[in-house]
Structure formats: structure tokens, C-alpha cells
Design a protein around this ligand. Structure first.
Ligand code: PMP
Length: 388
């Protein structure tokens, strides 16, 4: 007699959906000669000086845990670095070094969200926000942003979606997946809404260094916002250090302390080798970042103009390394388009709907690939559009 084992999984685990991006990678993996513009990570390696600092720390045997909040010398450099965005944070009480911005997002949700709390998530948006709200027991209030506003978030968008009920609002500019940025005056509207409805803001600024036409503005610098905002940033994007898993959170002492208490039990401390690399990155790699930014900008202009020439409306994304063109005329369904494109022309893009409401009918295209690959991909898309 065999007894059937019941599922050991929690309800939460059962209800966590697989990432919508993954299915396209699986399709891509089965094929040869594929060009993928699907991934959200730089094709560059980390600057050599940062890698050398990591190697040097290993040679010296510096392989122990660090302070829970991260090495103090790193927190000091972060404090100094963020002054370029007019942000002023105390290294002892207001900065927490985390295992990527991803950990910081998760910690902030767990520190701020009680079961049943509403969290406003503007969409299309990075795919982690919704699940981390759910892990904390909160409910996502989806706030669609609109292509006609270049995917910026407006006071009206927030009001219309019922975000006044929320206790927390997530903000991500420059945005993944649209590449949208927000100006100071656009952020003022959002700040006004947050103050009026006593909403705490989680501002994911991981692409702050990748703005192509003007300077990044953090919502935390607007009047009355510093005390109700946690800012996330990290080393994955600007310094091409995705695999090093290092990020940080900046915020009021009470919230950073709560996040650190959770971090103490789940992570202890962020990766030590990466912390040494990060210190060097902040100290000496501004030129390397500027060079990568110039190259991203060249690619950005190339892909935007090619998509527009193909009749795939592509608004002028001004940050991060994504563009978000529309499917060509005759194609309504972004998922069907992406699937046909990968099968017929071996080009992998991500359907916009994966990133939530407002993304339907669009495609996320990462230009964090070398120029020859981008050219091949666009040539193949051109022949696909011509023959379908
Ligand atoms: N936020 C956004 C908007 C991202 O695009 C990403 C990476 N794709 C992350 C956070 C996660 O970054 P990290 O590697 O620092 O965890």
C-alpha cells in the first residue's frame, strides 16, 4: 500500500508564478543562432579596477562576514557618491548594503507592509515588485501608466487607479521596461499625491547613472519626501556588476534599522568580495561608467530610429538600456508577435504584457548587446515585418 505524499509546498510557493521572461529564454535556449535582446544586463564586464580590488581582497584572505550594514568604508563612499544626486545620508544610520537592489526591495516590503496593506505599483514595471508585495502579505494596486505620456506616472494615473488607499508606492525611474525617465516637475505631482495621502515611497533608482539627456532627479530630494522615501541603488547596471550581487538602500533611520534587522537573520551581510570591488568602483570608475553610458547612448539612438523606420512606434526612451516599441501595424498581440519572431527569425524580445497592465501591444528590447548583434536583430525584424 503506497500512501500518496501531500504537497510539501506552502500556499505562497504554489501561488508564485514563474517569471514571464523565463519562457522566452527557454525557447531561445532550444535554438541555434539566436540573437537575444531579452536580458536586462550589460554586455560589458565590470571595470578592471573593480575586478582587481576584488582579486586583491581575496589574495589578502578577506573572506569573512562584514558588519551587517556593510563595511563602513563602503557606506562612507556611498554617502559621498549619492551627493551627486543631492542626496544626503548618514553612513551609520541611513545606509544599508544589500545583496543586490533585489534584496533591498524585498527587505523594504517586509519592513513596511502588513498583511492586507495595499501597495501601489505603477506598470509596466520590473517584475519583482508584485511578488515581493505578495511575500510580505500585501495586496498590489496596479497603476497603469500610458504610452501617450511616455510612460511617466501622473497624479491622475494614481487617482484613477485608487492608489490613495495604498500605504506604499513603488517608483522606478529610469524605468525597466520602458526606459522612461521623470523630470523634477513630473515628480512633484507624485510627491504631492504621496504627501496628501500619507504614502511611503520606495524609489528604485538602479538606473540613475544611465540617463542620456539630462541629470537624474530623485524624488527623495523634493520637499517633505526624504522622511517618507527609501531609495534603492546598486552596482549591477552602471558598473556592469550583476553577478557580484551588491546594492544598497538609503532611508530614514527607523526604516533602515528595521530592514537591517530582517537582513541580519536572512543574509547576515552582503558579499564581502563584492564590497571591496564596490569601494573601488565608487572611487575610481567614473570614467569607465561614462564610457559605457556613451556606448549605450549610441545604441539607443540606433534602435529607436530603426524601430520607427519599421513602423514600430518607439517613443524616445531617455534612460536605462531598454526601449519599448509597439508591435508593427497588424499585430495587436505582443506575445504572439514575440513568439512568431523567435520561431521565424530567431530574435528574442520580451512581450510587454509580462510587465503588467499598460504593456500590452509593446515589446521590451534591451540594447545592452553589442552593435553588430543589434544590427543583425534589427535586420531580421525588418525582414519579419516585411513578410508578415
Ligand atoms: N530593479 C530594477 C528596475 C532592475 O531592472 C533590476 C535588475 N534587472 C533590479 C532592480 C535588480 O538589481 P540587482 O542586480 O541589484 O539585484
Amino acid at each position: 500500500m503506497s500512501e500518496q505524499a501531500s504537497s510539501p509546498l506552502s500556499e505562497r510557493a504554489r501561488e508564485t508564478p514563474p517569471s514571464g521572461i523565463r519562457r522566452f529564454f527557454e525557447l531561445a535556449e532550444e535554438m541555434d543562432d539566436i540573437v537575444s535582446l531579452g536580458v536586462g544586463e550589460p554586455d560589458f564586464s565590470a571595470p578592471w579596477a573593480a575586478r582587481t580590488a576584488a582579486i586583491d581582497s581575496l589574495e589578502r584572505g578577506r573572506t569573512s562576514y562584514t558588519a551587517n550594514r556593510g563595511r563602513r568604508d563602503l557606506r562612507e563612499r556611498i554617502a559621498c557618491h549619492v551627493t551627486r544626486y543631492d542626496l544626503d545620508y548618514d553612513p551609520d544610520e541611513e545606509i544599508l548594503v544589500t545583496a543586490g537592489a533585489s534584496e533591498a526591495v524585498d527587505l523594504a516590503m517586509r519592513a513596511l507592509v502588513d498583511p492586507g496593506d495595499a501597495v501601489a505599483v505603477p506598470q509596466p514595471s520590473y517584475i519583482s515588485y508584485g511578488p515581493t508585495v505578495t511575500f510580505a502579505g500585501g495586496d498590489v494596486v496596479s497603476v497603469p501608466t500610458r504610452a501617450e505620456n511616455d510612460f511617466t506616472l501622473t497624479y491622475d494615473d494614481l487617482e484613477r487607479a485608487g492608489a490613495a488607499e495604498a500605504s506604499v508606492l513603488v517608483l522606478c525611474y529610469p524605468n525597466n521596461p520602458t526606459g522612461a525617465v521623470m523630470t523634477r516637475s513630473e515628480l512633484r505631482e507624485v510627491a504631492e499625491f504621496a504627501r496628501e495621502h500619507d504614502i511611503f515611497v520606495l524609489s528604485d533608482e538602479i538606473y540613475a547613472a544611465l540617463r542620456y539627456e539630462d541629470e537624474h532627479v530623485s524624488i527623495a530630494t523634493l520637499p517633505g519626501m526624504r522622511e517618507r522615501t527609501v531609495v534603492f541603488n546598486g552596482f549591477s547596471k552602471a558598473y556592469a556588476m550583476t553577478g557580484m550581487r551588491l546594492g544598497y538602500a538609503l532611508g530614514p533611520p527607523e526604516v533602515i534599522d528595521a530592514m537591517n534587522r530582517i537582513h541580519q537573520y536572512t543574509m547576515l551581510s552582503a558579499p564581502t568580495t563584492a564590497q571591496f570591488a564596490a569601494i573601488e568602483a565608487l572611487e575610481s570608475c567614473d570614467d569607465a561608467v561614462a564610457e559605457m553610458r556613451r556606448e549605450f547612448d549610441r545604441r539607443r539612438q540606433f534602435v529607436i530610429s530603426r524601430f520607427n523606420d519599421l513602423g514600430m512606434d518607439c517613443f524616445e526612451a531617455k534612460g536605462a538600456f531598454y526601449v519599448f516599441p509597439k508591435c508593427p501595424p497588424g499585430w495587436e498581440d505582443d506575445e504572439a508577435f514575440a513568439e512568431a519572431l523567435i520561431r521565424e527569425e530567431r530574435v528574442a524580445l520580451v512581450p510587454g504584457r509580462v510587465f503588467g497592465s499598460g504593456g500590452e501591444g509593446h515589446l521590451r528590447v534591451s540594447y545592452a548587446s553589442a552593435m553588430p548583434e543589434l544590427k543583425t536583430a534589427l535586420d531580421r525584424i525588418e525582414s519579419f515585418v516585411a513578410s508578415n
